[in-house]
Write a protein that binds this ligand. Sequence first.
Ligand code: UD1
Length: 417
Amino acid sequence: MEKIIVEGGHRLEGTVAVSGAKNAALPILVSALLNEGPNVYHNVPDLRDIRTIKKLLSDLGAQVETEGDVVRINASTLNSYEARYDLVKTMRASVLVLGPLLARLGRARVSLPGGCAIGARPIDLHLKGLERMGADISLDHGYIDARAPALKGADIYFDIVTVTGTENLMMAAVFADGVTTLRNAAREPEVVALAGALNQMGAQITGAGTPLMTITGVDELKPTSLTIMADRIETGTFIIAAGVTRGDIKILGCEPSYLPALVNKVRQAGISVEQEPDGLRVVCDEITSSVDVKTLPYPGFPTDMQAQFMVLMCLAPGLSVVSETIFENRFIHVSELQRMGANIKISGNAAVVQGGKPLTGAPVMATDLRASASLILAGLAAQGTTEVSRVYHIDRGYEAIEKKLAQLGARIWRTQE
Ligand code: UD1
């Protein structure tokens, strides 16, 4: 197993480019199941989750070719409707194939994802929506077995805003008979990107980016070629990296308007974030204030930035409250940050952070994707050396993070445990 070593205390300076967004690429690559290819996708990040989805698509019979950051998918050879347990268990987002398989083949067998480090994460809303569209769903031997010779348009209300749930039902509805209405739909930029990809293929989707979406069924979708949007969570992670090292960096290829809540909160904490002609400049001379945050569906503060923001608050003077409302167990980074000297107390879904005390390097363990990013950020700011083990978590969602940070002047490298 590999670990990442970070020698803290070095100011970040220079330029870094963000990669394509994992959470946009996953559903968009899956949407290739809805036509007979060839589809071409540019700016696809080289990540473990992306490799998993490509493996799953190949497993279903699609032809998948990768050349650098270009992925070509042709699903004219689709010959299976089963997503195996060993692929779904390594990545819950594999459940995204459910809607497209049902739309294209009228049948899908997808392993039920189990719990995960950040909570129970059920998929009941995906299934209820498909049932409203006429699918017959049963559970056998750990698999969801869905059958629907012909899906029908339906009026669907999500009790909770769900990103992959919205994406799954959008893809299920593209060939349905009539109009599907999704109410309380997720508004994340990645949902908008998927709707754009589907519309480019000939789908009729309106309202993406609002809570009310409509999908009018069409007979077929044609192949497409597109570029995956930049990763807003990677962007946000670099913004915090500049903050915790009192750095001055420029981030290329990102879209800060996709991070409205984060940019607003980091500015309150004393970080300057300005769009310049050649990139997003992030400068921090001093972390001036502690700021409370509460995670919410987009455009609220992203849960995928909660752990990283908490590191910034560990270094800010005063007390802050970080509330997590999306996932019930997303404070597993706290005990590792405490090992680095952070003063954090958890009370229910809130973490109370007493900031202003320097962090000290320590051996710590990555427990999930964004928690790992927070430990690396803490290591960049800490006095001494931090060793982050189990870094396979970070490779699920950050492309070459240690190389990008080293390019900005961080002392960080990867080694075998
Ligand atoms: C997606 C993102 C993930 C991000 C999350 C929240 C992808 C591949 N992953 O995950 O990075 O952290 O959105 O922004 O895009 N829920 C139910 N029933 C359901 C579905 C969801 O109760 O059927 C609950 C979940 O347990 C959670 C909340 O809804 O509490 C939001 O989850 P959801 O938006 O579905 O997360 P994902 O789509 O899995």
